[in-house]
Design a protein around this ligand. Structure first.
Ligand SMILES: [Zn+2]
Ligand SMILES: [Zn+2]
Length: 153
């Protein structure tokens, strides 16, 4: 992984991936927004995380909570498992975000997104059961190693 590799592990470099969204460009897709929110968690971009919340969510999620999550969580990688456009302005993305724990934890979530005036926003999500990583698949951390030789050891 190079220095500029995007934290969302798309394989793209940050300036070609999540950075333009962090700088204000609207995301074309809900999945893109989801990825850029993950990257914002990794990079500690709280304003972006707040700005991309659906208006009805803004009262529920507070800066302090986000700050706490950001300081306490060391993210290891992101896997987008599924994404679907449910209507013109509604989409669902299922993903697993991995983080450091003993030895690792995961947030497996199905998130809902809504589109308002050409911009996607995070609406809410439901937590799903943890997935079992396949031992012979590439590790979620983007190392290029098989899981069993990397974080699965
Ligand atoms: Zn990215
Ligand atoms: Zn790994």
């Amino acid at each position: 992984m190079t220095e500029l590799a995007c934290p969302c592990l798309s394989g793209e470099q940050y300036p070609q991936c999540c950075q333009p969204l962090h700088d204000g460009l609207p995301s074309q897709t809900a999945e893109g927004l989801m990825r850029s929110r993950y990257s914002a968690f990794v990079l500690g971009k709280i304003d972006y995380l707040l700005d991309t919340l659906a208006p009805e969510q803004r009262q529920q999620i507070h800066r302090e909570q986000l700050q706490e999550t950001i300081t306490q969580t060391h993210w290891l990688g992101l896997q987008v498992l599924d994404s679907s456009l449910d209507a013109n302005d509604e989409a669902t993305v299922e993903f697993v975000a991995w983080y450091q724990d003993t030895p690792m934890g995961q947030l497996h979530e199905r998130s809902r997104f809504c589109k308002i005036e050409q911009r996607w926003f995070y609406l809410d999500g439901v937590m799903l059961k943890p997935i079992k990583p396949e031992r012979n698949s590439p590790c979620f951390c983007g190392s290029g190693q098989k899981f069993k030789r990397c974080h699965g050891r």
